[in-house]
Design a protein around this ligand. Structure first.
Ligand code: SAM
Length: 228
């Protein structure tokens, strides 16, 4: 897609998630595999100071805080952040979280973190912005820092308004209102190779269902001199 069509699409994607916040947990994908991701994240043990990108309604924030000293959680939807804030407050974890309202296609971290985490976000980053997004991750990661992400490649046939080859989809809310969004259907090996091109070394593991998770960091050749 030409970049001039991308800005309105990315803005519409934020509008979709702002409107979807109150019904977000109704629409989560009910497939096997999520428990594998949860177990993988616990085994990864995101300790230290963690940067969570596109935190949404705090789906993963409490679990991150089971391991982390602090979490900085960023999202562009204030409605999502309000729900996330309540979730961590209910668990008495709020004093260890900083929420940041920001557009990840503009925002840059003001410090580095031990771990960068993002759940169900990478598939919403258009390939045209893939390199910029991973530059953000690089800017936010300590030397030797670790990254964990989870996502899915699941797209309903009626979402594919521009055909299967396009990453522009249409999603509907419970009231039927429609929004365009980005959904890149990454596959594990393809994604590992794409990340390697950008200087990252990841293992991407598909689950039993439509999900996958990835762990990794800067490639060995870059580690000595990182951050660049
Ligand atoms: C699929 S949800 C994932 C939420 C949560 N991480 C999870 O796993 O349930 C995608 C999130 O990305 C956020 N988002 C969309 N566009 C964004 C942008 N440009 N900058 C920051 N967050 C954005 C949405 O508000 C939404 O909370």
């Amino acid at each position: 897609m030409a970049d001039d069509g991308l800005e309105p699409l990315l803005a519409e994607q934020v509008s979709y998630y702002r409107a979807r916040a109150p019904e977000y947990f109704d629409g989560t994908l009910d497939f096997p595999g999520m428990d594998e991701i949860e177990a993988a994240l616990d085994a990864f043990a995101p300790a230290g100071d963690v940067l969570e990108l596109a935190c949404g309604p705090g789906t993963w924030t409490p679990r991150l805080l089971d391991h982390a000293a602090t979490v900085t959680a960023v999202d562009a939807a204030p409605e999502m952040l309000a729900i996330a804030r309540d979730r961590v407050r209910d668990r008495g974890q709020d004093h260890r979280v900083r929420f940041v309202l920001a557009d990840l296609f503009e925002w840059r971290p003001d410090r580095r973190y031990d771990v960068v985490f993002f759940g169900f976000w990478l598939s919403h980053v258009p390939l045209e912005r893939f390199a910029d997004f991973w530059k953000l991750v690089d800017d936010g990661l300590e030397p030797g820092g670790r990254v964990f992400f989870a996502d899915d490649a699941y797209r309903e046939p009626d979402e594919l308004i521009e055909g299967e080859a396009s990453s522009t989809i249409r999603r509907r809310l419970n009231d039927g209102s429609a929004y365009r969004a980005v959904k890149v259907p990454h596959q594990a090996l393809e994604l590992e190779a794409r990340l390697a091109v950008h200087g990252w070394e990841f293992t991407v593991t598909p689950t039993e269902g439509p999900f996958y998770w990835g762990t990794g960091g800067r490639a060995a050749t870059r580690r000595a001199g990182s951050p660049s």
